[in-house]
Design a protein around this ligand. Structure first.
Ligand code: ADP
Ligand code: ZN
Ligand code: ZN
Length: 755
C-alpha cells in the first residue's frame, strides 16, 4: 500500500506530498480522487491525488490527508493527461489548471473543518415513490382500486394512476413524487396501507435519450462537405477545417454529424467563442436534440455547473454539450466529436490569467486523447488553421454559397475623405450610408452599425492647449461616457468627472474627440428621428437579461437600428438586416499587431455576414479614409484566399506564426527603474541561450496599467525547432534569474502563443 500521495492544490504551486492514513478505507484511494487536506496554518483545500508512491519526501513534517470526497474519482486518466499537457505547454502549474478547470463548488475550501463542510456541494434531492412487494402488478392494483372505490374514492383513483405506470408495476421503478397530483395526507395513507414506499433520492432531470432526430434536409453542397468530413475521419486525420461563408449552413452540417455521433453513443462537445451568443444556437439545437443538450459556461449558476459536471462524470455517453472554452474540462468520457465554431475567434484564448490557454488548440489535444475527431468551422479561418490545412495536416472543406435564396451581400467602400471634400458627410456618416439607411428604413428593414469603441468619445481634449485627461493609474486617455457624464479608464475602471476648465490653460472648452458607440447612437437618432435605435456593447449589456432584451427586441423587429461593438458581429442569424455599416475601418487596420490585417478582414467579413441573410440582398458599407488599402479590397471582393496568401507570405518573411511559435514574457513592477534593470538582465540571459530569437524588452502600447509599469520580452521559436526544448531552457533561465534581488518584486507572466 502506498504511503504517500502527491496532491495538486488549486494554487500556483507544484503538487504537494501528504501521507496516506492507515486504515482499510484508504486502501481504495486512487489517482484522480478528490480529497480534503490541510495546507498552511489553517486552510483546508480540496486537492486531487496525482500520484501515489512510497518515496519518503524531504519534508520536516508530513501531514496526513484529511478525508476523501465524492464516491468516485473526480478525474479520469485522460483528463489528468489533458491537465498535464496544459501545465507543460502553457507553462503554468497543475494547480492553476485546477483552479480553472473545476467549478468552485466542486472544490470547497475553508479555514476550518466546519467552514469546509459548509462549502461542500450537496445534491438537490427529491422524493420518489416505489410500490411495495406484492403490489407490483397492474392487475392487483386495479382490483384493489375497485375494491376500495366506494369507501375511499380518492385513494382508489390514486391506485389506478399507479397501476397505469409501467415503470412502477414492472418492478423496481421509481416515480417522482411531484408527478402525482395529490396531497401529503393521501401519500401518507398509501404508505400506511402498505402499498407504497417513499424514498428521498438525488434529483435527476428526466432526459429523453431517444435517437430519432429530425434533421434538416441537407443541400447537395452541404452533403458533399459532410461526406468529406467523414472521409477525413476514415483516413485518420484528426482535425478537419470547414470554411463556410456566413449563412452557408455550417450549423446544419454540425447537426448532421452530431446526430451520427450521438446515435453511436458518443459524446459531442460544441465550443462557441462567447456564451452570450449561444441563446439562438441552443434553441436551434434543442429543436433537434431536445433534452440531450447541456449548456456549460460561466454565466450559469455555480450549482448548475456543478450538477452538470458531476452528472457527466456518471454518464454512459450520448451527451451533447454546448459551452465556452471552460467546457473542455468536463468529464466527457465517451467523447467522439469536438466542434469548434468560429474557430478564428480570439476569445478562445484566455489571456488574462494562467493557464493562458487557447481553447481551440486545447480542444484538438483533448480530442486526440480520446481518439475523437475535431471539426473547426469558420467563415474566416485563423491563418494558423488555414496553413495547417494547406500543409495537409488538417482535412479541408469549402462551402462557398449561402443557403437558399440568400445572396452574398454587396460591399461598398465609401471614401470618408472624399465625402468630406464634397460636403457629403454629416456627423459620422457619409452620404452613401445615410441614403442606404434611409431607404432600408422606408422598406421596413433593419440596420446594424458597427464601431469598435464603446463610450461617447475615446478621449477629451482642451481646445486651447490640446491637454487631454489621462488615467492616473494607466498610460491611457480617459473615455467620455455620455450616459454617466463621466470619463472612464477602460483598463482599470477609474472614473472622473469631465473638468469644466482645463487645468493647464483654464480654457473652458473641453471637447470629446473621436467617436464611440454612444456617440453613433446619438448621431443616428438625430439623423433618423423616427427610427427606433438600440445599442449593444459592454455598457448596455451588464447583465444577461439586459443583453437578451436588446437582442430579442432586434430579432422581433422592435428595434430598427442596432449600434454596437464586436458584440454585434458574431453568429447572429437575424432575418431582416438590409444594411450593415462599418463606421470607421481605419482603426481596425492601424493597430501595430502582426495580426491586425487578418483581424480586420475577419471582423469586417463577420459584420458583413449579418446582412441579407434571407431573400433580400444586403448591402454593407465600409467607411474608410484608406479606400486603397489592400485588406479592405480583399473584404470587398470576399477573397479570403488572396488575403491568406498575402498575409502568409508576410508571416513567412518575418517568421511569425504560423511559421513559428511565440512565447511572450510580461514583466510588471511599480518602480520603473527596477523593472528596466530586471528586464534587461533577463533579456541578456535569454540571448545567451536563444540568440536572435529573443526580442525586447519593449514597452507595450499601454505601458502602465493599475500603477504598474510593463515591459515585454518575446521569444520566437521557428517551426522545426523543438518548442518543448525551448520551454525547458526558458524555465531554467527564469529559475536562475529569479534568484537576483531585482526579481523579488517583479511579477512575470508567461504567455505561450499569445493573441
Ligand atoms: P452559418 O452558421 O454557416 O452562418 P447557418 O447554419 O446559421 O449558417 O444557416 C443560415 C440559415 O440557413 C439558417 O437560418 C439555417 O436554418 C438555414 N439553412 C441552412 N442550411 C439549411 C438546410 N439544409 N435546410 C434548411 N435550412 C437551412
Ligand atoms: Zn488647455
Ligand atoms: Zn486606468
Amino acid at each position: 500500500m502506498p504511503l504517500y500521495a502527491d496532491i495538486v492544490l488549486p494554487l500556483a504551486q507544484p503538487a504537494y506530498c501528504f501521507s496516506v492514513p492507515d486504515g482499510a478505507e484508504w486502501e481504495a484511494l486512487g489517482v484522480g480522487d478528490a480529497v480534503a487536506v490541510q495546507f498552511g496554518q489553517r486552510n483546508i483545500y480540496t486537492g486531487i491525488v496525482w500520484r501515489l508512491h512510497s518515496e519518503p519526501p524531504h519534508l520536516r513534517r508530513i501531514k496526513p490527508i484529511g478525508r476523501r470526497l465524492y464516491d468516485r474519482p473526480l478525474l479520469d486518466a485522460k483528463q489528468m493527461q489533458l491537465w498535464e499537457w496544459m501545465a507543460d505547454y502553457y507553462m503554468c502549474t497543475l494547480g492553476e489548471v485546477m483552479r480553472q478547470a473545476l467549478p468552485s463548488l466542486i472544490k470547497p475550501r475553508g479555514r476550518s473543518v466546519e467552514e469546509f463542510s459548509m462549502q461542500e456541494f450537496r445534491p438537490r434531492t427529491e422524493k420518489y415513490i416505489s410500490l411495495c412487494e406484492g403490489w407490483r402488478s397492474a392487475e392487483r392494483l386495479q382490483q384493489e382500486a375497485c375494491r376500495i372505490e366506494r369507501r375511499a374514492p380518492r385513494r382508489s383513483a390514486l391506485l389506478s394512476v399507479l397501476a397505469s405506470n409501467k415503470d412502477l408495476t414492472s418492478g423496481a421503478g421509481l416515480l417522482p413524487r411531484r408527478l402525482l397530483d395529490c396531497d401529503a395526507a393521501q401519500i401518507a395513507a398509501l404508505c400506511k396501507g402498505g402499498y407504497i414506499d417513499v424514498v428521498e433520492r438525488e434529483r435527476t432531470a428526466e432526459r429523453d435519450m431517444d435517437s430519432h432526430f429530425i434533421l434538416p434536409q441537407l443541400t447537395s453542397a452541404q452533403e458533399r462537405v459532410v461526406e468529406e468530413i467523414r472521409a477525413s475521419r476514415r483516413e485518420g486525420r484528426g482535425v478537419h477545417l470547414l470554411r463556410g461563408v456566413t449563412g452557408s449552413g455550417k450549423t446544419e452540417i454540425y447537426m448532421t454529424l452530431m446526430a451520427e455521433t450521438l446515435s453511436r453513443g458518443g459524446d459531442v462537445l460544441l465550443l462557441v467563442p462567447e456564451i452570450a451568443l449561444t441563446g439562438q444556437l441552443i434553441e436551434r439545437l434543442e429543436r433537434v436534440f431536445g433534452s440531450r443538450v447541456s449548456a456549460y459556461h460561466s454565466k450559469l449558476t455555480m450549482l448548475r455547473r456543478t450538477e452538470t459536471f458531476l452528472r457527466l462524470a456518471h454518464s454512459s455517453g450520448g451527451e451533447l454539450v454546448v459551452g465556452a472554452r471552460s467546457a473542455l474540462f468536463l468529464p466527457l468520457r465517451h467523447l467522439q466529436l469536438v466542434i469548434v465554431d468560429e474557430e478564428h475567434d480570439s476569445s478562445y484564448k484566455q489571456s488574462d490569467s494562467a493557464p493562458r490557454y487557447q481553447g481551440r488548440d486545447t480542444a484538438i489535444v483533448l480530442a486526440s486523447l480520446y481518439g475523437a475527431q475535431t471539426l473547426l468551422g469558420s467563415a474566416t479561418p485563423s491563418l494558423e488553421s488555414y496553413a495547417n490545412a494547406e500543409w495537409g495536416k488538417y482535412g479541408y472543406s469549402l462551402l462557398a454559397e449561402r443557403y437558399g435564396d440568400a445572396r452574398e451581400p454587396r460591399i461598398i467602400i465609401s471614401d470618408t475623405m472624399r465625402s468630406v471634400k464634397r460636403g457629403e458627410r454629416r456627423t459620422h456618416f457619409n452620404q452613401v450610408l445615410i441614403n442606404a439607411i434611409g431607404s432600408a428604413l422606408e422598406r421596413g428593414e433593419q440596420v446594424m452599425l458597427f464601431q469598435n469603441r464603446r463610450g461617447f468619445a475615446p478621449y477629451v481634449q482642451c481646445s486651447g492647449c490640446g491637454w487631454t485627461p489621462r488615467c492616473p493609474n494607466c498610460n491611457v486617455t480617459l473615455t467620455h461616457h455620455r450616459s454617466t457624464e463621466r470619463m472612464e479608464c477602460h483598463y482599470c475602471g477609474h472614473t472622473a468627472i469631465v473638468p469644466r476648465f482645463c487645468p493647464q490653460c483654464e480654457t473652458a472648452d473641453l471637447k470629446g474627440m473621436g467617436f464611440g458607440t454612444e456617440r453613433i447612437e446619438e448621431a443616428v437618432a438625430t439623423l433618423f428621428p423616427s427610427a427606433r435605435v438600440a445599442r449593444l456593447d459592454r455598457d448596455t449589456s451588464t447583465s444577461e437579461s439586459a443583453y437578451n432584451r436588446i437582442i430579442r427586441s432586434f430579432e422581433s423587429g422592435q428595434t430598427d437600428i442596432l449600434v454596437g461593438t464586436q458584440m454585434i458581429t458574431k453568429g447572429f442569424d437575424f432575418g431582416r438586416v438590409a444594411v450593415v455599416g462599418v463606421l470607421n475601418a481605419d482603426n481596425l487596420l492601424l493597430s501595430p499587431d502582426f495580426r491586425s490585417s487578418e483581424r480586420a478582414y475577419q471582423l469586417m467579413t463577420q459584420v458583413a455576414g449579418r446582412a441579407g441573410r434571407r431573400q433580400s440582398e444586403g448591402v454593407v458599407i465600409v467607411q474608410t479614409s484608406e479606400p486603397e488599402n489592400q485588406t479592405i479590397g480583399f473584404v470587398a471582393r470576399g477573397d479570403y484566399e488572396a488575403m491568406a496568401r498575402v498575409e502568409l507570405a508576410d508571416r513567412h518573411a518575418f517568421c511569425y506564426p504560423p511559421y513559428s511559435h511565440i512565447i511572450q514574457l510580461t514583466l510588471r513592477e511599480r518602480d520603473q527603474q527596477t523593472l528596466r534593470r530586471a528586464a534587461a538582465h533577463l533579456a541578456e540571459r535569454l540571448r545567451t541561450r536563444f540568440g536572435a530569437r529573443v526580442a525586447g524588452p519593449v514597452a507595450p502600447p499601454i505601458d502602465r496599467i493599475r500603477g504598474e509599469y510593463i515591459l515585454r520580452l518575446m521569444l520566437k521559436v521557428e517551426n522545426g525547432r523543438s518548442l518543448k526544448r525551448a520551454r525547458e531552457l526558458l524555465r531554467e533561465e527564469l529559475h536562475e534569474a529569479e534568484k537576483s534581488a531585482d526579481f523579488k518584486r517583479i511579477i512575470i507572466s508567461i504567455d505561450v502563443d499569445p493573441q
